[in-house]
Unconditional design. Structure first.
Length: 395
């Protein structure tokens, strides 16, 4: 979770008579087996996708359908129609348009007649920093078998999963799919809590996120190991302000009885359902078999205690300035006296403004230390922040 704010890009869709949009697509090649280079940033996967012969930077996102930034749609001269309503990972809804892509090419594999939603991704600062042109979503991906290899930094895509072999340590997780093709997993925490509808979300840079109401049997916010105030994270419709609580429940067990993690930090949030994201998934080589409705996880190394290296705060643009948008309790940032809403005047003695958000994000992704000059009610204060494992400092 090294980004300034954690991304959650799961989408729920509501429309009248348009569910067929997600089942029209197919693959031109009958037999294919390609290895695709990827870029991994904070567990999120980026790859090159060609539309009408033009290359674009897409984020892999199994928790959402394929989506294009409005600038890409305009540049390609694509026609759009009204789709219906899309609800992001924080429960916020808005009307949204869609288009149909004649051909989407990924390393020579051609996906035909693919439905795609249209949204102004670049208007959200984090997406603009990441140079995101679109999301490669579940409705396209379910036409093939995908293996995500974080260690080799490649995707492998094939017409089916019969050509893949798995290690003896592999964990098999059956899943169901919703209308757009997003896998929904089943797992539990010992005998305490059964979860039957957990979104497999490679578009979330978090680990396991649970809905507060649904997890009440195993969690009381007053007993949280640590918590945040201010911004909870970023969804399709921007920053969500709320608290997030962290807890350490019993071992996480999948439906077949295999223990996925014996030590785990779980994020609990007020809205958005259950998400299974890349902070955990990057510890495995993952194969998504849509044909047989099965996720196969092969451990890359030993499952060690979870680590959250962070400066204890996150910045966000507000008008023309940068400000402290999130604080983690306990952390060095809180001990230094920072408060949500503080204006950041300088970072490492260099003046900063809202337009410097991307550069600030890069600095906060490094090892530090970082020196801030902040202003609150006209008073200035210098603060030095050092990156630490916040999980190890939790109570």
């Amino acid at each position: 979770m090294g980004l300034l704010l954690v991304l959650f890009l799961s989408l729920s869709l509501f429309s009248c008579g348009k569910q067929r949009l997600w089942v029209k697509g197919k693959v031109h090649q009958k037999v294919f087996n390609q290895e695709i280079p990827i870029q991994v940033i904070n567990g999120l996967i980026f790859l090159e996708v060609a539309i009408n012969g033009k290359a674009y930077n897409f984020l892999l996102d199994t928790g959402a359908p394929t989506l294009l930034d409005t600038q890409v749609v305009q540049a390609l001269g694509l026609k759009t129609k009204k789709f219906g309503t899309a609800t992001d990972s924080y429960g916020r809804s808005n009307r949204i348009d869609y288009t149909v892509l004649k051909t989407v090419s990924i390393s020579g594999v051609d996906f035909l007649r693919q439905g795609a939603l249209v949204s102004d991704l670049r208007s959200i600062p984090v997406f603009d920093c990441l140079d995101v042109d679109g999301l490669l979503g579940a409705n396209l991906m379910r036409s093939a078998c995908w293996q995500i290899d974080y260690e080799a930094e490649v995707l492998r895509v094939s017409e089916d999963c019969s050509g893949f072999s798995y290690t003896d340590e592999a964990i098999y997780m059956p899943f169901r799919v919703n209308s757009q093709g997003t896998p929904k997993l089943a797992m539990n925490f010992g005998d305490s809590l059964d979860l039957s509808y957990v979104t497999l979300d490679f578009g979330s840079s978090s680990g396991l996120s649970l809905d507060l109401e649904a997890s009440a049997r195993i969690f009381d916010p007053a007993e949280a190991d640590l918590f945040t105030t201010g911004a909870a994270g970023v969804g399709l419709y921007g920053v969500e302000k709320d608290s997030i609580w962290f807890t350490s429940p019993e071992a996480l067990v999948v439906a077949e009885g295999d223990t996925l993690f014996s030590m785990l930090r779980v994020r609990v949030r007020r809205k958005g359902g259950h998400l299974f994201g890349t902070q955990i998934l990057q510890e495995f080589r993952s194969t998504i078999d849509w044909q047989n409705h099965q996720l196969v996880l092969e451990p890359i190394g030993e499952n060690l205690s979870p680590v959250w290296l962070n400066f204890g705060c996150a910045l966000q643009p507000n008008g023309e300035v940068l400000e402290v948008g999130q604080l983690v309790y306990p952390s060095g940032a809180v001990e230094a006296g920072l408060m949500v809403g503080d204006t950041v005047l300088t970072i490492n003695s260099q003046p900063v403004y809202a337009t410097d958000f991307c550069e600030a994000r890069t600095l906060f992704g490094g090892a530090g230390p970082i020196k801030l000059t902040i202003q609150r009610q006209g008073n200035k204060q210098n603060v030095v922040l050092r990156r630490q494992d916040l999980f190890s400092t939790a109570k």
